[in-house]
Design a protein around this ligand. Structure first.
Ligand SMILES: Cc1ncc(COP(=O)(O)O)c(C=O)c1O
Length: 361
């Protein structure tokens, strides 16, 4: 019996990537420069959005976007109760307070009805999260935002190249933020970017990320800024990884389909609708009432799934005693299955057989 470890996710860096970074370092230019500009051009062309700004991560992309949209101390911003902690911590980084909103357990994304109830007088905006490639309910959230004069910043960290009927997720609001952390479909170590249609927002973002400079390389600082630049080593790696995006998306779709086809007859497993018009789930997921037992069983067999995060309201740093039944359910029942870009069909079948053995023994 094969007992080798199947990890939940491992990044895939190939020789082309290594060579791209080597060449960049050999040029002697390692600060943010031409490689980042070239990558931003790739992004604006792909998304058909006028401005893309690279950032060190999605957390910093979100925080910078909030700052650029005028968020300040004493403000609040709505975020879903099920998301990676970085969505909430970005709000604090911008000096404001995240207000948690329940999620719809059928889509794993922010419940617009609950969002309306959670608004406060100091609420300035909403961060819908397109969780695992699934589209948040942007039409409903946008109509809430426009009725109340709020901005929308999309957290598309897990939705690179996923779409709804209006186009690419992350390209449909005041700003959209993405991640190239090592568990994403492509990576540059750490990294991210912001998309915006607004030239003024773009100018503010550029100053915020580079010490408030009047222009790149200037020593005049009319406004406060920080250092959220991205090295050209990361830029070169991102350009190289970008070339594999379509191939990786195609493989992700196959892996997800294989999991579903092998497990869809098990009564205690629910596969949540993909809820997108084109795209893919970054990480195949399932829900089961026996999630914790299943995770233990898989780990005993050398397989490492990843349970969904605890709901944010249960995290000590963001404790909130309000009721979040949708988030509690998702957090209790959902987990992601192993899905490294180079996982083989045989490995997926070993995972599915191990899951079948658990439910049908
Ligand atoms: C939904 C979501 N938002 C934000 C982040 C933060 O991204 P980063 O790790 O690039 O800061 C992540 C990262 O994993 C994420 O999954």
């Amino acid at each position: 019996m094969d007992t080798s470890i199947i990890p939940w996710f491992e990044p895939w860096i190939d020789e082309d990537d290594v060579e791209a970074v080597r060449r960049q370092v050999a040029k002697g230019y390692v600060n943010e420069g031409q490689a980042n500009r070239e990558f931003e051009d790739i992004l604006t062309t792909y998304f058909n959005v006028p401005y893309a700004i690279t950032t060190p991560s999605c957390t910093t992309a979100l925080a910078l976007s909030l700052m650029a949209l005028g968020v300040k101390q004493g403000d609040s911003v709505l975020v879903p109760d099920i998301t990676f902690i970085g969505t909430a911590s970005a709000v604090r980084l911008a000096g404001a307070e995240p207000i948690l909103v329940d999620v719809d357990p059928r889509t794993f994304t922010m419940d617009p009805g609950h969002a309306a109830k959670r608004l406060r007088t100091n609420t300035r905006g909403i961060i819908p999260v397109h969780l695992n490639g699934r589209s948040a309910d942007l039409p409903a959230l946008k109509s809430l935002a426009s009725a109340k004069g709020l901005f929308i910043v999309e957290d598309a960290a897990e939705a690179l190249a996923s779409r709804n009927r209006n186009g690419y997720l992350g390209a449909q609001s005041d700003a959209g933020c993405f991640s190239f952390a090592p568990t994403k479909i492509i990576t540059c170590g750490q990294g991210g970017f912001i998309l915006t249609h607004n030239g003024k927002t773009r100018d503010t973002l550029i100053r915020l990320k580079d010490h408030g400079r009047l222009s790149r390389a200037s020593d005049l600082h009319p406004v406060t800024g920080y250092n959220f630049k991205v090295t050209d080593m990361q830029g070169a790696l991102a350009i190289s990884q970008w070339k594999k995006l379509n191939q990786r998306i195609a493989r992700s779709i196959q892996i997800d389909a294989l999991y579903r086809s092998q497990l869809n007859d098990i009564p205690d497993i629910t596969f949540t609708a993909r809820n997108m018009d084109g795209g893919y789930l970054m990480w195949p997921d399932l829900m089961t009432s026996r999630r914790n037992e299943l995770v233990i069983h898989l780990k005993e067999c050398g397989i490492t799934p990843r349970p969904f995060w605890p709901a944010i309201h249960s995290q000590p740093a963001y404790a909130d005693t309000s009721q979040f039944p949708g988030a509690d359910e998702v957090s209790r029942k959902a987990c992601w299955l192993p899905c490294s870009p180079n996982i083989s069909d045989e490995q997926v079948l070993r995972v599915t057989q191990t899951i079948r053995d658990f439910f049908i023994r």
